[in-house]
Design a protein around this ligand. Structure first.
Ligand code: GRF
Length: 214
């Protein structure tokens, strides 16, 4: 039985997408931890019988103390993988190193474009024609870890932030379960340049003809 811990701060729509995709994953135990006691996603998790916990960042004066308490709460589940899903805290180097290689995040842009926040506003401001989302391994430098999978969406003439965000979110809910499945199946590794390799991926043009994740 695999084990994952999903970290949320709010509605947790990516957590919901992962839970809904559970049948496509290897048998996996899921726990949900939030830094906010009022995170709407906690209720969803509780209703489905998942173990939940809250490590409230407001209870810790020092960021490192919060990170350490969060790490302890995670380690209680001995997870194969820790999944940041709308988790809105920046995690320190010690935490990231502790979970290095088994810590994923989803970012609502085509990294390395538009790191940080308000990515959809950044995309509209820059007038890009393609925007999207990225699942990546978390490293100490923000929004810049090895990329596992991306999805692109067109930016339409009448797009505003909300419409663009909604279009990107649909793709987030497709690529995150895919990335988690690949990880749990042991198909992801890093090459010498720190780029993610996907076992079984077609390295030829044939890959363009068949959807990834075959
Ligand atoms: C999503 O756009 C995600 O890319 C970003 O946080 C937003 C909310 O995520 N990390 P969720 O709906 O709480 O999963």
């Amino acid at each position: 039985m695999k084990s994952i811990v999903i970290l949320i701060s709010g509605r947790g729509s990516n957590m919901t997408a992962l839970v809904d995709a559970a049948s496509s994953l290897p048998p996996t135990r899921i726990a949900v931890i939030s830094n906010r006691p009022d995170a709407a996603g906690l209720e969803f998790a509780r209703q489905r019988g998942f173990e939940t916990a809250v490590v409230d960042h407001r209870q810790y004066a020092a960021r490192n103390d919060f990170d350490a308490a969060l790490a302890e709460a995670i380690d209680a589940h001995q997870p194969d993988l820790v999944v940041l899903a709308g988790f809105m805290r920046i995690l320190g180097e010690a935490f990231v190193q502790r979970f290095s290689g088994r810590l994923l995040n989803i970012h609502p842009s085509l990294l390395p474009a538009f790191p940080g926040t308000h990515t959809h506003a950044q995309a509209l401001k820059c007038g890009v024609r393609l925007h999207g989302c990225t699942v990546h391994f978390v490293t100490p430098s923000l929004d810049s870890g090895p990329i596992v999978i991306q999805a692109a969406v067109p930016v339409l003439a009448n797009d505003d932030e909300a419409r663009l965000a909604a279009r990107v979110l649909v793709q987030e809910h497709l690529i995150y379960p895919q990335a988690v499945r690949w990880f749990l199946e042991g198909r992801l590794s890093l090459d010498d340049n720190g780029r993610v390799l996907l076992a079984g991926e077609l390295p030829t043009e044939a890959a363009l003809l068949s959807p990834r994740g075959s």
